[in-house]
Design a protein around this ligand. Sequence first.
Ligand code: SAM
Length: 377
Amino acid sequence: MTILSDLIIERIKNKGNITFAEFMQMALYYPEYGYYNSNAVSIGKSGDFYTSPAVHRMFGELIAVQLEEMWRILGRASFTVVEMGANAGWLCYDIMRYIKNEYPWFYKKVQYFIVESNPHLREKQQELFCGNPVFDEKLSWHSYGEDGFSFDAVQGCFLSNEFIDALPVHRLLVKEGEVKEIYVGYNGNDFYEIVGDVCNHALKDYCINAEMPLRESRVLEINLAARDYLNHVAQKLNCGFVLTIDYGDTAQRRYRDNTTGGTLRCYYRHNVNHDYYERLGEQDITASVDFSFLMDVGKGAGLEVTGLVKQSHYLIALGVLEKLNNIRNNLETVLKVKNLFLPEGMGEVFKALIQHRNVKNPCLSSLKPLSSLKPGT
Ligand SMILES: C[S@@+](CC[C@H](N)C(=O)[O-])C[C@H]1O[C@@H](n2cnc3c(N)ncnc32)[C@H](O)[C@@H]1O
């Protein structure tokens, strides 16, 4: 038993069974002990899982290419990048260094906000940037919570990579034709799951509106925290884009097959498991993102859909192949970068969703059909 499991047991004793979303919120975000608020979170070779910025700096450089195009579309005025959940700061580092070297005019206009809830990660980020003139006066740290963001409205781009999948999900179960919710209880020895009425009618409404086939025993994972996030983003984005990169798919593709189980899983030292109630605070718990849900709730909040593409499409359209061609003799790097866009690597499961607000018919090169790209562009 860990301190965190004692805290969750205490919560169940005081309140009664809790929704899986509340359990997941505590397991990942309880101050100091939750996985993402502790010192345990570790990404990369020595950690629990890889993310694209940990694979190679080219990922961040291509995002910089994207941001510069967005800046031009917005009229070359001041531009704020808001990065959600920046881990050790690698993505910010790669983006800003590239912007400074390649786009000096854009660099003059750009500000970078890091929104990071984990105090240990904030420290790591500050160590990475400390004393580096690329970041002087360009970078600041902010917070995001139930009341929204700690800064005023901005023009620019809200950027996240693997942020949405780390938010807690409600788990619903179709039982005898009815939608029920999975709750977590404790019997004195173990946590257990039990179904009850859906706790919130927004959840039921979503199942009805999404016209989801309610196959018996199907588990649906609904990320209301992502809805809240997009609502807050829409309030703070005067004009600009929301770029969300994560693993997942549209609801239709996510729920199309005959399997009824959900996508929820844990990562511990690069191994996947389904022991959600073990190693509390020491392992990641995550569910694949339902991009249809993000597009729908975004529209409701005033964010229009610019486009949704696979990560392979996204990186190829932004020029990854040309960049690889320039370093083709460096086999180690070539293999690493290929992992970012090949289908058997991160290219198919990861998607890039772009939404916009107060921008008229933006045309981003990253969303154009690949067949329209000219070689060398
Ligand atoms: C899976 S990690 C992704 C890290 C990074 N984006 C990457 O690609 O390597 C999720 C990140 O989201 C952060 N996070 C989750 N909720 C947050 C919140 N409310 N405010 C700020 N950061 C948050 C976590 O601390 C963690 O750094």
